[in-house]
Ligand binder design. Sequence first.
Ligand SMILES: Cc1ncc(C[n+]2csc(CCOP(=O)(O)OP(=O)(O)O)c2C)c(N)n1
Length: 375
Amino acid sequence: MVNVEHFAESLMCEGVDFFTGVPDSLLKNFCAYVTDNCAGNHVIAANEGGAVGLAAGHYLATGKPALVYMQNSGQGNAVNPLASLADPDVYSIPMVLLVGWRGEPGVKDEPQHVKQGKVTISLFETLGIPTEILPDDESAALDMARKMVERAKSESRPVAIVVRKGLFGDYTLKNKEADISDLKREAAIEDILRALPEDAVVISTTGMISREVYETRVRLGQGHERDFLTVGSMGHAIMIALGIAKAQPERKIVCLDGDGASIMHLGNMAIAGQSGCANLTHIVLNNSAHDSVGGQPTVGGRIDLPSIAAACGYDVHSVAGLENPLPLCVSALKTSTDKPSFVEIKVAKGARKDLGRPKEPPQVNKTLFMGILTS
Ligand SMILES: Cc1ncc(C[n+]2csc(CCOP(=O)(O)OP(=O)(O)O)c2C)c(N)n1
């Protein structure tokens, strides 16, 4: 096991003193350490590609490589700036990628991580990025980290350190931001599901929101066939919803999104807002955090998502500090305009300790869901 403080300090000794990335559950303790101790030199990015861009800017201004942390799910978001900006064939910009390895072959994990886990190392190899797996022994790990920073600097290129599950020792985040609401997310989800008309379908986002949708249906004695659980593909639930809304204009389509996910690909709101799909309702459950992977802050509590949505062309329904979102959701669903609706519900961080996971595999979810759409 590797102590996160020792790991961060060994990077800093090599001149890596700027940290950016998107939080990951496997890197939770490292992210928490950096959040507490490197405040002025740490930016939680909207997406992993943005983090690579930030690291490039830091190098251009200081001549020093930055560290970019991410879950391997974010590799795809990072590929474009890695290949077309940082690569030695282009600007040749050094940086150290620290990557949480979900879905490592042979280690049981959720379905959305299986494919990405299989290709994590080979994808970096294809990109020509020197890649090492962090050893479990601390002194070997610190030694490797130093060598990787050295290589990034001497070859002026990105290098990747891949981190297995359970490798980092404990560290509990001290600088937790206060909740922006007392409302529990799962209670809000129950209200929303109760408010939906019979034929409405739900497209829910990555992480605990989809798990809570699944469990709420069980609690309400309802089936799962009206829900598409976007277990991976963070930030794209609203585009899936838009695709369905365009194809089935008579049906109510509801996207249940997170603040982290909607901010990750905020441009999707511009496209959905301009779609003219009055049958589309986009609900963001805003807890100002990446709750599903450790509660690291987003900018969700400091930016005005309803104003952004209004500027994008949505018909906006928003009440701050709302205790009971049900009437609001009903009005958002009943509005008949030529615009999609947007609802922001501010919620607290945290979930039930015993929150379960969908029991059916994704392709069963798909088949049941398509059965509803085509019936
Ligand atoms: C591209 C990508 N990057 C990172 C992750 C890891 N991840 C899973 S859920 C999550 C946080 C989602 O935050 P938000 O949308 O605000 O929902 P919350 O968990 O707060 O309910 C993250 C970062 C991922 N699945 N995909």
